[in-house]
Structure formats: structure tokens, C-alpha cells
Design a binder for this molecule. Structure first.
Ligand SMILES: [Zn+2]
Ligand SMILES: [Zn+2]
Length: 349
């Protein structure tokens, strides 16, 4: 039993996205049916649409930064009612029983979590389709409450870019007195600065382009370090408790390591793949660590949304029409967006 809603899909890796009728399942007892208002445009959307990771099954309906209102609920849904403002991020299911799932870490599900798009439903084995569509149907356990006081159209990126940086900030106990540095000022980096600052940390930005200084200061950084300037890098030695590296392509982190304090950690959140060789010396002579982190669990994502509600934090967004998605991808490739595109699904699809 399915129905279809209007959406946009990539039908192959080499064609632009086109209108597509997206199948949605009839509600199960624990399902929430959501009228989508806004969907953020993440770099993963582009990678999946173009099969950059070699795992895409076409058609691909991207979108995992989704905000909308509850249209209907299944017979056993207790957390949500019709009209509630809700969100769906990168995950729509997991095994719910493994060690990770039992500890609210569904993103690290040992069986592999079910992705919002490009995944396979655990019950009927149909492909999952994301938020470039008018509606989505998701189990209530993976639906989030969105605070009503926030600028709704700027909330979607919190669900991927936001949680990707929030989870390491929380895991490494960033708070008052912490010193955090962010590498790269894009969708992830701009959220990292806002969130670290709101947690009470002193925040620095490592950048190769001094032109980004003004923006970083506006977002909450108090220090800009031009990473190609040797003197500035030397002056930053032994400072940071946590460095969040958001750069999505292979790059050498050796220059950043000496800027970590004793026991400091550099965490990768953007780069998946090979890293150039580096010396272990700064790790050994400073008990420093290199780590990685991916999005966050449902409980932690709700904690982040509540925090954003309290501190009035949203993403910096540029609104686009659904039909402009292919142009938006081209601009995203050139980092020509401050700092996230959001599709006005309700009005333009
Ligand atoms: Zn994403
Ligand atoms: Zn699991």
C-alpha cells in the first residue's frame, strides 16, 4: 500500500535532477506522516546524486535536513500529534537493539543505520527517499521536535551540519573555559563556531583566506589564524582543547597538531577517506589525539534542537526554489553559498 507525492530525483549520475513522483508508504502504527516545509541542501546530496561514492541506487531523492508539520499519525504514536513542528535528519531507523542503539548512538548502529535517502527500509525493503519531496513518512522514534520560536526556514541545516559539529563538542565536554578551533568555514564550520561559542568556549578559526575574518568574528569567533602564516601558527602553539576539522577533501593536518594543548584532540567531521602521512611526534609529546565523528544520535539531536531554541541559534541560509536545485549544486561546488541552501518545498514544489 503506497501513494505518491511530488518530488525531485536524480535518475542517473550524469543527469540533472528532474521532477519525480515519490512513493510513500501507508502509515504503520508507529509512523508519522509529515508535510515538508523546508529541506536543507547538504554536500552529501550532491555526492549521492552524482554517485561520487559508488553506492547510489537510482532514482536518488536526496534531502536529509527536513522540517515540516505532522499531517497524520499512526495508531500507536504517542510523542506527536497533527500540527506539531517536527524535523527529520540523516537517519530514519536502526536495529534498535545493538550496543550502540541501546546507548542512543544510532548513528553507530552495529547493523548499519537506515539512511533517510539512499537506504533500504528494514520492514518492506523498499528504497528510502529523502526530503526533496512534499511529504515523508517516518517512525516516531526518528522524528524530532522543532522549537516553534526559531526562524523555521533556517532550522533544517541544524539536523545535519549542526549535529555533526555538536556531537564532538559534547563528547569532548566543551564548555566555559574551553578553547576550540575550527578548520574550514562552510556549512559545518559556521555551525561549529556558533555552537562552540554558545557553549561558552573561546573559538578560533583556522583559514587560508583572511577575507573570511569578518564573517567568522560575526559568527562568534574571537581569533582568526591564517594557516599559511608561520608566525601566527607558532603563536597558537599548545592552545586548543579541541580542533574540529570540517574540510571535506584530503589535506595535511600536521601544521595544526602543535596548536593542540596537552590531551587535546583533533576530530575529523568532513573528510572520509585517505589522509596524507603525518608524524606521530606531536601525538606522543603532548598526549594528543586524532579522532573522527559522524552526525549524532536521535536523543543528542533533540538536545541540540532544544539548545538552539533556548539560545536562538539557526543556520545562515539562502532560500531557493525546488526548480533551482541544479544551479544550487553548481554554486555549492564553488563554495558560493553562505552557508547553506534551503529549498522552500511548501511553496515551490
Ligand atoms: Zn548532510
Ligand atoms: Zn543498532
Amino acid at each position: 500500500m503506497t501513494y505518491t507525492v511530488k518530488g525531485f530525483a536524480a535518475l542517473s549520475a550524469t543527469q540533472p535532477l528532474v521532477p519525480f513522483n515519490v512513493p510513500r508508504r501507508a502509515l504503520r502504527a508507529d509512523d508519522v506522516q509529515i508535510d515538508i516545509l523546508y529541506t536543507g541542501v547538504c554536500h552529501s546530496d550532491l555526492h549521492m546524486a552524482r554517485n561520487d561514492w559508488g553506492v547510489s541506487q537510482f532514482p536518488v531523492v536526496p534531502g536529509h535536513e527536513i522540517v515540516g508539520r505532522v499531517k497524520a499519525v499512526g495508531s500507536k504514536v504517542s510523542k506527536f500529534k497533527v500540527g506539531d513542528l517536527v524535523g527529520v535528519g540523516c537517519l530514519v531507523d536502526s536495529c534498535r537493539t545493538c550496543n550502540s542503539c541501546q546507548h542512543d548512538l544510532e548513528q553507530y548502529c552495529e547493523q548499519g543505520s537506515t539512511q533517510t535517502y539512499g537506504g533500504v527500509d528494514r520492514h518492506d525493503h523498499t528504497p528510502t527517499y529523502g526530503g526533496y519531496s512534499k511529504e515523508i513518512v517516518v517512525s516516531e522514534a526518528f522524528v524530532l521536535s522543532v522549537p516553534e520560536n526559531l526562524d523555521t526556514k533556517a532550522v533544517p541545516p541544524v539536523l545535519c551540519a549542526g549535529i555533526t559539529t555538536w556531537s564532538p563538542l559534547r563528547h569532548w565536554n566543551v564548555g566555559k573555559g574551553s578553547k576550540v578551533a575550527v578548520v574550514g568555514l562552510g556549512g559545518l564550520g559556521h555551525m561549529a563556531i556558533k555552537l562552540a561559542k554558545a557553549l561558552g568556549a573561546q573559538v578560533a578559526l583556522f583559514t587560508r583566506s583572511p577575507a573570511k575574518s569578518q564573517d567568522a568574528l560575526r559568527l562568534g569567533a574571537s581569533q582568526i589564524i591564517v594557516s599559511t602564516n608561520e608566525e601566527q601558527m607558532k603563536a597558537a602553539a599548545n592552545q586548543f582543547d579541541l580542533i574540529i576539522d570540517t574540510v571535506p577533501y584530503s589535506h595535511d593536518v600536521s601544521p595544526y597538531m602543535p596548536t593542540l594543548a596537552l590531551d587535546g584532540t583533533l576530530v575529523f567531521v568532513g573528510l572520509i577517506g585517505q589522509h596524507p602521512e603525518f608524524s606521530t611526534a606531536p601525538l606522543i609529546f603532548g598526549r594528543r589525539s586524532i579522532a573522527g565523528s559522524v552526525i549524532g544520535g536521535i536523543k543528542e539531536t533533540q538536545e541540540l534542537l532544544d539548545f538552539c531554541g533556548e539560545h536562538n541559534i539557526v543556520s545562515d541560509v539562502e532560500m531557493i526554489n525546488m526548480a533551482d536545485i541544479n544551479t544550487a549544486y553548481e554554486r555549492m561546488l564553488k563554495s558560493d553559498v553562505k552557508y547553506r541552501f534551503v529549498i522552500d518545498v511548501a511553496n515551490t514544489l
